[in-house]
Design a protein around this ligand. Structure first.
Ligand SMILES: [Zn+2]
Ligand SMILES: [Zn+2]
Length: 387
């Protein structure tokens, strides 16, 4: 690899190499330190708190807020993410987000900074050992005052938050565990998204990209493992979309919105998600990738989606109109009646009833989309079964 990299006029980044080496050796010495001096519950608690806070400052702050602008928040919230995130030692948000935007724009190509096609090791850690071109910093990042400030004072800030603070709170034991060990664990956990989530897992939304949905990676990375969805819809504030999909980062953003300190949460409409999923499946460039099994699974999921939408629309109607008949009516008739009701009774409706009815209309419209997608999948399945 060395010769190849030299060809591209890249040079080794010694400060990064020495930092990774130093922290790794320090972290490996921790068991010996703990054996000699012992470990306290306070040190463990501090390390866990530090791990959660720094990792989520990366996933929610660096990634979903700064790189993807998937929501907006108060400046002081952004400042907290920048200060705490610096303790993760993943570079300034400016560098991190620039690399990440390049990763999304050029996934799986030479321009992708953590290109998986250069090997799992390279995507996980190796890419960091090389100096890279950082001239294409997006304007929106360079113009953000807080991001520029964090970039300028990154090293002293990171030293203070990751080493000085744990030392002041819990002495050398705190420095070892909440500092060194936590940094190394945090590094590898984040890097799993670039390595493991680009090799193993499912690709339901875009089968032609290496990024995969991987629940195990999601478990370790506060929800970042739903990587096929994320690469398909990078601006959605969620990475795991199902109600039960493990995504604590999404839950934090949602909670901040409830508290009124975050807003403009970007969401992909369920119909757009399904259109992409079906298109991804049927337009797959590798013919072996489309199996009867996958088509059947998509069909079953779509049928479930239709049933859930029907139930949701009926629930909304029942709550707003006492619509006992709703269950027996044809979807199109039902939608026309509700739309008529919305125009005729306009004045008499309360705000919440109106919202509910509008949502019911939208849900009924969505069913049409799902049904047409279902027909496409069923046709493909019949064709494949005949072949
Ligand atoms: Zn990726
Ligand atoms: Zn991303």
């Amino acid at each position: 690899m060395a010769a190849k990299q030299m060809d591209e006029n890249l040079r080794l980044s010694w400060p990064t190499i020495l930092f990774i080496l130093g922290t790794t050796v320090g972290a490996l010495l921790w068991p010996l330190y703990a054996y000699v001096y012992g470990v306290t519950a306070g040190e463990i608690l501090l390390a866990v708190a530090y791990f959660v806070a720094t990792a989520m400052s990366i996933t929610v702050g660096y990634h979903r807020l700064i790189a993807h602008r998937s929501f907006a928040c108060r400046s002081w919230v952004e400042a907290i993410f920048l200060i705490v995130g610096s303790a993760a030692w993943q570079g300034s948000a400016l560098e991190w987000a620039s690399d990440h935007i390049r990763h999304h724009g050029h996934t799986d190509t030479k321009k992708d900074p953590y290109n998986i096609n250069q090997g799992v090791w390279y995507a996980h850690i190796g890419w960091l050992f090389w100096k890279r071109d950082v001239s294409d910093v997006p304007r929106f990042l360079a113009n953000d005052r807080l991001i520029a400030l964090q970039h300028r004072y990154y090293v002293p800030l990171a030293i203070f938050t990751s080493f000085v603070v744990p030392y002041l709170i819990a002495g050398t034991g705190g420095l070892m565990l909440a500092g060194l060990v936590r940094i190394v664990v945090g590094h590898h956990v984040t890097w799993l998204v670039n390595s493991w989530a680009h090799i193993g897992g499912n690709r339901p939304y875009n089968p032609n990209v290496s990024a995969a949905d991987n629940w195990m990676v999601a478990l370790f990375t506060f929800g970042e493992g739903w990587h096929n969805y994320h690469h398909t819809f990078p601006n959605d504030y969620r990475n795991g979309i199902g109600a039960l999909a493990w995504d604590p980062s999404k839950w934090l953003v949602w909670s901040m919105a409830k508290l009124g300190i975050a807003w403009d949460l970007k969401l992909v409409a369920p119909t757009d998600r399904w259109k992409k999923r079906v298109a991804g499946l049927l337009d797959y460039s590798d013919p072996d990738g489309v199996s009867v099994k996958r088509l059947r699974k998509t069909k079953a999921d779509l049928e479930r989606q239709i049933e859930e939408s029907r139930a949701r629309a009926q629930r909304l109607l029942r709550d707003s109109l006492d619509y006992e008949q709703a269950a027996h009516e044809n979807i199109r008739d039902l939608r026309e009646r509700v739309a008529g009701y919305l125009t005729e009774k306009q004045e008499a409706l309360t705000e919440s009833t109106r919202t509910r009815l509008e949502r019911a209309c939208e849900t009924l419209d969505n069913i049409d989309v799902y049904q047409s997608l279902l027909e496409r999948v069923a046709m493909a399945e019949a064709k494949l079964a005949r072949a």
